[in-house]
Design a protein around this ligand. Structure first.
Ligand code: GLN
Length: 611
């Protein structure tokens, strides 16, 4: 096993995650099998308890792991399936060491950060690196490890120490350190300044780690003399200094690395030159160019709670993007704060109310993503009602499906008090109920998490067709409540026009709903966004986008070839800039600033942007 460690210097939010994923892409394109590990030095054991508003979305894995959204980058870019152990946190490491201490495994020794915590980190890395993640047997060739945070952070010190020991232990030829740093350009003199990188490399060396490659974030390509200066002061050959300059979309990053022969530098350090072939990145090149050439917009209103931070719904946004590119449309996401659609806002903040309704009415399609708690639920119900009544394409994910069922029961079936027991535990018409897989009396650890199977009950429906007429699908879940329809009422719901087209293996949990008479009204209990990939858009997102731009019929004729229903038209002019305008970015808390998407441009605002 060979290891590539990616660290970050100077400031956080440089796009380390995208850089690390892109390194993986280039190595994969050279014919190597690649896995990845993300280290988050925070104390939380996992991301499950972290607010998406502060930290971005909680990404969910097949095995039910609730992990940092960077693992989503890796899964999407490398088309792999990771396990929860691929995300190491300080919390997990300390928990494992303390558990061992309680069991008496340390035989009376004093348990210390060095060597016990540092040993535990190294053992964890070695154990997880060999888990196959690409569907093939046996371990990958290369494991890309991303260390979260910035060199110098107090909380990452045990990891740095462990990785220093690790690099020595696995030896030269097996370990390559890529340090992602910043080369700012001072507007007064217009000069690319190397000092911050020099300092950060010095810090790295002081902690026992020697960089092999410098990946320098800068607005423009680094001047040769700047490279030479960096080379001299940082003791890194100029050929191993790569510029990560601003590009029009993130799919250019692997190309940028390849063009500067970053793969050659890495392969040389890892002694893999004889094994690897020249990188084949044709698919990435085509996609990056195609994305730049799209001008014709498709507008999707995303009606949610955390609209101040687009990273809160990162995978949903990416899934929409994948589907839009497949439909040859430029994605425009309008974030609609659901509370602004409510009647109380009409009185208290009429301008916000008007703006929210204008966005909703101007949309080609409406998406209500997952969520927890009752704030803004009424606004989401109003959005679902609007979509249903006005025949606007609608995709409801998890909570977005639950509110669609409630809305249907209230408006169409005249069950005025229909509700979810999450919002009204005493409702007389509970159509969404607490349905944990384990205990019904405890709230802790009762989430239904990870991959579960949904069986199609109806084959002649849009969802089944979009999935390619399969009899079941495996998608990822993260919820406590579930639409449950009293068996006596199923017939009434169906005669009123709501079809339950997908259910779990017991037939008790409603997994997919559809309004057959509507152009596209689909609700799913699961989160299809987590399995969407750049070249393989998620079926139901593709359905939403295709229907929003009048392509659904064509797509349904040929659903097995998702992006083949539209002929490719690539022109070289134009910049890809989906309009994503979160109302005010949250930027910066101690360890890692929450990351924002501005203009969809990679690195456009110096913040990390994900794939
Ligand atoms: N709050 C709802 C539940 O727990 C929906 C969760 C979600 O949308 N992920 O079931």
């Amino acid at each position: 096993m060979k290891y590539v460690l990616v660290t970050g210097g100077v400031v956080s939010g440089l796009g380390k995650g995208v850089t690390a994923s892109s390194i993986g892409v280039v190595l994969k394109a050279c014919g190597l099998r690649v896995t990845s590990i993300k280290i988050d030095p925070y104390l939380n054991t996992d991301a499950g308890t972290m607010s998406p508003f502060e930290h971005g979305e909680v990404f969910v894995l097949d095995d039910g792991g609730e992990v940092d959204l960077d693992l989503g980058n890796y899964e999407r870019f490398l088309d792999i399936k990771l396990t929860c152990d691929n995300n190491i946190t300080t919390g997990k490491i300390y928990q494992s060491v303390i558990n061992k201490e309680r069991r008496g495994d340390y035989l009376g020794k004093t348990v210390q950060v060095v060597p016990h915590i540092t040993d535990a980190i190294q053992e964890w890395i070695e154990r997880v690196a060999v888990i196959p993640v690409d569907g093939k047997e046996g371990p990958a060739d290369v494991c890309v490890i991303e260390l979260g945070g910035t060199i110098g952070d107090i909380e990452s010190m045990p990891f740095i120490e462990a990785l220093g020991q690790f690099s020595y232990r696995v030896g030269p030829g097996n370990f390559c350190l890529v340090h992602v740093s910043l080369v700012p350009v001072l507007s007064v003199v217009g000069e690319q300044k190397t000092k911050p990188t020099q300092h950060s490399v010095r810090g790295l060396r002081g902690l026992g780690l020697t960089p092999n490659i410098l990946a320098c974030r800068s607005t423009k390509v680094l001047n040769e003399n700047v490279k030479e200066k960096l080379s001299q002061f940082c003791h890194v050959p100029a050929s191993n200094i790569i510029t990560l300059n601003d590009v029009t979309n993130i799919w250019h990053i692997p190309l940028l690395l390849r063009d500067q022969k970053a793969h050659d530098a890495i392969l040389k350090v890892l002694n893999l030159q004889g094994v690897a072939r020249e990188p084949d990145l044709d698919e990435w090149t085509n996609r990056a160019k195609l994305c730049d050439s799209l001008h014709d917009p498709v507008r999707i209103a995303m009606v949610g709670k955390y609209t101040g931070l687009s990273d809160s719904y990162l995978s949903v946004w990416k899934a929409l993007l994948h589907a839009s590119v497949a439909c040859r449309k430029k994605l425009v996401v309008d974030w609609v704060p659901s509370t602004d659609l409510e009647d109380t806002t009409a009185k208290e903040a009429p301008d916000a109310y008007k703006a929210a309704w204008n966005l909703l009415k101007g949309a080609d399609g409406i998406l209500v993503p997952g969520g927890f708690g009752d704030r803004g639920v009424q606004g989401k119900i109003l959005a679902a009602k609007y979509a249903r009544e006005k025949n606007v394409p609608y995709l409801g994910i998890c909570l977005g499906m639950q509110i669609a069922v409630i809305e249907f029961a209230r408006s169409v079936m005249n069950l005025q008090d229909a509700n979810s027991t999450e919002f009204d535990p005493d409702t007389r018409t509970p159509c969404v109920v607490f349905m944990p897989e384990g205990s019904k009396t405890h709230m802790g650890a009762t989430m239904r998490l990870g991959s579960r199977r949904t069986y199609f009950e109806v084959t002649d429906c849009k969802a089944a067709k979009l999935y390619g007429n399969v009899s079941y699908v495996d998608e990822r879940h993260r919820h406590r409540y579930e639409s449950q329809v009293n068996p006596d009422m199923v017939a009434k719901f169906e005669s009123a026009g709501l079809a339950f087209v997908g259910k779990d293996e017991t037939g008790k949990r409603m997994e997919i709903i559809e309004l057959p008479a509507h152009p596209y009204f689909v609700g799913v209990q699961f989160h299809p966004e987590f399995k969407s990939r750049p070249g393989k858009p998620s079926a139901l997102f593709l359905g939403l986008i295709a229907s929003s731009c009048g392509q659904l019929d064509a797509l349904l004729q040929n659903p097995s070839q998702p992006n083949k229903h539209i002929p490719a038209k690539i022109s070289s002019n134009g910049v890809f800039s989906p309009k994503v305008y979160p109302n005010g970015h949250q930027n910066g808390h101690a360890y890692k600033p929450v990351k924002s998407l501005v203009n969809g441009n990679y690195y456009a605002n110096g913040n990390g942007v994900h794939v």
